[in-house]
Design a protein around this ligand. Structure first.
Ligand code: PHB
Length: 395
């Protein structure tokens, strides 16, 4: 080919390319959507710091497993340490909603902080996925089409344990917890089922969150001589409570039962003091399903840590988000369609598949577990497909 003919061909080709480029807007697929702005509001300091980290790990693992994207959109994270402090909660959530203008809020661990988040989400219409906090009101009186929970209501593990302890034949129980929504509601759920089953809660002990000066209360328990004790504590406080309970000599005389947070993510630190404890929760360390085994392996590989219930809840928060966002092809403004898709979905959780109730709380099996060595071993299902009563939810 002569040089001039080649030039002509090259020019013709580039003209065709230029024309094709001009035609792009009319015929090409839409521009990729901008990054999805995810606001993580979690405790990264204080008694619940480990819980916040496990939730974030689980959330990120799910995204990594789907190619680093959610429903095809890249993700940009905005993070706030909420310190489990309700007095700072409204300011903190507004940093994410107003300053950073996030598309979705994911948080938090503490029920009091979560209620402030739910209020802002309800008022602003921002999508909120709660990856732990059990505040009954979040999927009760404060329920909303844009608020979802991947975890539990405080009522759920408490209620399941009330049935277990009644069936074991215990009659008189003392309860002990932190004085705030989670502790109060966990005890209330326990009491509802336990008293229905013929037992009686003879004393309700509490101390302010996040105090860990248990000694005076343990002395009261010893004096009351109940058949058993029911407790809700979590994180660093749970570690200390279980050790103090054993050190006070109570463990061998008065059996201790709890919502499973008392021994989840805490067993390394609790050592022998936790051995043998029975708890109820929507997860256990030995479910033995292929789904859970794959999750546990992936988590251990990614973080060199064993997962716990908080990691599962973070992972499932990402699954809920991906389910809704896939249905709206990444367009988060389509809120009604997003909600409709999540409402009819079965979430393929490591805990076992679950769906969301009308109030957007998981309908799930609550397991009875027992601490053996460093594991919360599955004993059986305490309550099958337990649905929170969603008191006060009009939706
Ligand atoms: C809560 O405040 O709702 C809460 C905190 C820690 C837990 C469980 C529930 O492990």
């Amino acid at each position: 080919m002569t040089p001039s003919r080649r030039n002509l061909l090259v020019r013709a080709a580039s003209t065709a390319a230029a024309l094709a480029a001009l035609a792009v807007p009319a015929t090409s697929p839409a521009q990729p959507l901008p990054k999805l702005k995810v606001g993580l509001m979690l405790p990264y300091t204080g008694t619940f710091a480990a819980l916040g980290n496990a939730i974030e790990n689980g959330f990120r693992l799910q995204i990594a497993e789907t190619g680093g994207k959610i429903a095809g959109r890249e993700v940009e994270f905005f993070k706030v340490d909420d310190e489990s402090d309700p007095s700072k909660a409204t300011d903190n959530v507004n940093k994410l909603v107003k300053r950073d203008q996030v598309d979705v809020l994911v948080g938090t661990v503490h029920s009091g902080v979560a209620m402030a988040m739910a209020k802002v989400a309800k008022d602003s219409g921002t999508l909120l996925i709660v990856p732990n906090a059990g505040a009954d009101a979040v999927t009760g009186a404060m329920c909303a089409p844009n608020i979802f929970r991947s975890s539990f209501s405080n009522w759920q593990p408490g209620y399941a344990m009330g049935e277990v302890v009644a069936k074991k034949g215990h009659k008189k129980v003392v309860t002990i917890t932190w004085k705030y929504a989670a502790g109060d509601e966990s005890v209330k759920g326990f009491k509802e089922a336990f008293e229905k089953g013929g037992g009686q809660v003879v004393k309700e002990l509490s101390l302010p969150f996040p105090n860990v000066e248990f000694q005076a209360l343990l002395t009261e328990i010893a004096a009351a001589k109940p058949d058993a004790v029911y407790t809700f504590f979590a994180g660093g406080g749970a570690v200390k409570f279980v050790k103090d309970y054993a050190a006070a000599g109570l463990k061998k005389n008065v059996p201790l039962y709890g919502a499973g947070f008392i021994t989840d993510g805490t067993l390394e630190a609790q050592g022998d003091a936790a051995d043998g404890l029975f708890t109820t929760l929507h997860y256990a360390d030995s479910l033995g399903t292929p789904r859970d085994a794959a999750f546990r392996l992936a988590y251990a590989k990614a973080y060199k840590l064993q997962p716990d219930v908080y990691a599962v809840q973070g992972y499932d928060a990402a699954q809920i988000l991906a389910t809704g966002l896939t249905a709206v092809k990444g367009d988060i403004s389509k809120k009604a369609e997003f909600a409709a898709a999540v409402e009819k979905a079965k979430i393929d959780s490591p805990r076992g598949p679950f769906s969301l109730s009308k109030a957007h709380n998981p309908v799930q099996d609550i397991y009875l577990r027992q601490v053996v060595g460093k594991e919360n071993k599955l004993v059986g299902v305490a309550s099958k497909a337990l649905t929170d009563p969603a008191r006060g939810c009009r939706m």
